[in-house]
Design a protein around this ligand. Structure first.
Ligand code: SF4
Ligand code: SF4
Length: 119
């Protein structure tokens, strides 16, 4: 498994990591970027480039960001809100461009944590 992007990227998205990735496997949502788990080659080049320290390797990530590991994968394997098909594995983020949507977790994120759903 790969590197992944966690909550500190949300609403920042300065894209410093994009320039570092040799295989263009970092994809742009609406509020956050996501690393494709099957396309990432674990080179680690993106991690030190992130000013928010939002990028983690799955084998060293602390427990409080672990939910974003599965959520990065979900961005590609499940249809995003308002879309009928999942992104899948395009092979490169370049042709796809910004997806214009996020996973439900990121979409509902507020002040560093997901919003509480009304009971
Ligand atoms: S670890 Fe390497 S391949 Fe994976 S997202 Fe970062 S720069 Fe791209
Ligand atoms: S460098 Fe960090 S904060 Fe900037 S877009 Fe990449 S993951 Fe997000």
């Amino acid at each position: 498994m790969p590197y992944f992007i966690a909550g500190p990227c949300i609403d920042v998205m300065d894209k410093s990591c994009l320039e570092q990735c040799p295989v263009d496997c970092i994809y742009e949502g609406k509020r956050k970027l996501y690393i494709h788990p099957a396309e990432c080659i674990d080179c680690g080049a993106c991690e030190p480039a992130c000013p928010q320290e939002a990028i983690f390797a799955d084998w060293t990530a602390p427990a409080d960001v672990a939910e974003h590991l599965a959520d990065n994968e979900r961005f590609f394997t499940e249809p995003l809100p308002g879309q009928r098909q999942p992104i899948g594995a395009p092979g490169s983020s370049g042709p796809l461009g910004p997806a214009g949507a996020d996973t439900p977790l990121v979409r509902s994120w507020s002040s560093g944590r997901p919003r509480q759903q009304p009971g």
